[in-house]
Design a protein around this ligand. Structure first.
Ligand SMILES: Cc1ncc(C[n+]2csc(CCOP(=O)(O)OP(=O)(O)O)c2C)c(N)n1
Ligand code: SF4
Length: 277
């Protein structure tokens, strides 16, 4: 009798919930890439947690069979950091959008890069707030004209990869939803790399930014060498037009690995917080 566990495939990491993203949304493909990456790593679903904030892209945990936490807008990295520190045995992925991660969650983004806890952060960047119907986000181009920003905001865009590098991120990459296998490969590399891995995935919002369908003609493999030091990589990424794909930097900072805390019970915590008469 063969009692070996069945091989893990991408399907093993998919839940039975049917995604409710708009037809053509790039996030479908990112879901597929995440599940393929997990199958490549072959870590069982019950040893993975997917943590998110709020937004269309932040629906991701519900569509996987892993443990999930669909949290508070902009706070995914804070929740994930706490989880990884408390349960270092888990593989922790963090998923969300540019609004969630760089606007309300911007502060947590900086400090997650700086702290270097072993998380893999996948941001589905569509340069817009999709869920709340098309407001400009920190990565929206200053001249993007829309009903909600007539004539454009005129505000310079945030550069997530450069900011991640400057803040200490240990692995920085860009992927494209239209290349699910390439994205899966980059996510798997990010999971395997120790410390905080940041992966920007260009993921078109076909509803509020239909012109992003053209991204497939603009993306190309990066010629930035990952052997660069941090300063050189930062300068190269800053000079790039935002469509170079691949791992753009891989550092060797030691991840933060707090020593294991002794097991404490709820009763112990209650005692610690008890008000003395
Ligand atoms: C504290 C708080 N402020 C605002 C909102 C409203 N809100 C929900 S999702 C969202 C933006 C989502 O944009 P993004 O993260 O880019 O994700 P997308 O929907 O484009 O995938 C906002 C502003 C909220 N849910 N909570
Ligand atoms: S609004 Fe945009 S980001 Fe949200 S599901 Fe639709 S296409 Fe995707």
């Amino acid at each position: 009798m063969n009692d070996a566990a069945p091989a893990l495939t991408a399907q093993s990491y998919k839940s039975t919930y049917k995604p409710i993203w708009c037809p053509g949304c790039g996030d479908y493909s990112v879901l597929s890439s995440i599940t393929k990456a997990l199958a490549m790593i072959a870590v069982p679903p019950e040893q993975v947690a997917v943590v998110s904030g709020i937004g269309c892209s932040s629906r991701m945990p519900a569509y996987t069979s892993c443990y999930g936490f669909h949290g508070v807008h902009g706070r995914a990295l804070a929740a994930a950091t706490g989880l990884k520190v408390a349960r270092p045995d888990l593989t922790v992925l963090v998923t969300g959008g540019d609004g969630d991660g760089y606007s309300i969650g911007g502060n947590h983004f900086l400090h997650a890069c700086r702290r270097n806890v072993d998380l893999t952060y996948v941001v589905m960047d569509n340069h817009v707030y999709g869920m709340t119907k098309g407001q400009p986000s920190p990565t929206t181009e200053p001249d993007w004209d829309s009903k909600l920003s007539p004539g454009g905001t005129g505000v310079r865009s945030f550069h997530p990869l450069v900011i991640a590098l400057a803040s200490g991120a240990n692995f920085v990459a860009r992927a494209f939803a239209g290349d699910p296998n390439g994205t899966a490969d980059i996510i798997a590399k990010g999971i395997r790399h120790p410390g905080f891995s940041f992966i920007e995935v260009l993921s078109p919002c076909v509803t509020f930014r239909p012109e992003q369908r053209e991204w497939k003609k603009m993306v190309r493999p990066s010629n930035i060498s990952i052997e660069q030091d941090r300063a050189a990589a930062t300068a190269l990424v800053l000079g790039d037009d935002g469509y170079s794909l691949g791992v753009l930097y891989r550092g060797d900072r030691a991840p933060v690995a707090p020593s294991a805390r002794p097991e404490i019970s709820v009763a112990d915590i209650e005692r610690e917080f008890a008000l003395s008469a």
